[in-house]
Design a protein around this ligand. Structure first.
Ligand code: AMP
Length: 137
């Protein structure tokens, strides 16, 4: 399958649609999930054009996971998270809905998380969580 430049995360990376960003450098972007499965649900995406983890060059995968760890630590501090679920869906068959590889950081328990990509969150609450995470980064 070819990478679709019109996918929503490609548009966010180009600045064509807004995102509530918490971290950005030349290779990775982290922003808040708009349909959070828990308070503080954050996405970390490499800027490389890859659909799934399997398509992602190893160097990008290695770098992205370092940023995943950095953001996870900030979430732990900012939201006093007792546990964080790291989730990565590769392929529609796994439930992936956006065809640009991304890592979910969900400060919750696998047994308590809300349903995946199901309900829009409260934007003001999401922004407030983003500010706390940014401050901890
Ligand atoms: P996945 O199903 O693993 O591809 O996850 C895609 C995630 O992106 C879901 O958790 C959605 O809630 C989230 N999402 C979709 N559109 C946006 C958006 N415009 N901004 C932030 N998160 C989004």
């Amino acid at each position: 399958m070819a990478y679709d430049d019109q996918n929503i995360f490609a548009k966010i990376l180009r600045g064509e649609i807004p995102a509530i960003k918490v971290y950005e450098d030349d290779r990775v972007l982290a922003f808040m999930d708009i349909m959070p499965q828990a308070e503080g649900h954050t996405l970390v995406i490499p800027k490389a054009k890859a659909i799934t983890l399997l398509d992602l060059p190893a160097e990008d995968a290695a770098y992205t996971i370092q940023i995943v760890q950095k953001v996870a630590r900030a979430i732990e501090t900012a939201l006093d998270a007792k546990g964080i679920v790291l989730m990565q869906l590769s392929g529609e068959a796994a439930g992936q809905t956006v065809p640009h590889v991304h890592f979910h950081l969900v400060p919750s328990s696998i047994h308590k998380m809300r349903q995946h990509a199901a309900e829009m969150g409260d934007v003001e609450k999401i922004k407030a969580n983003a500010e706390k995470i940014k401050a901890a980064l």
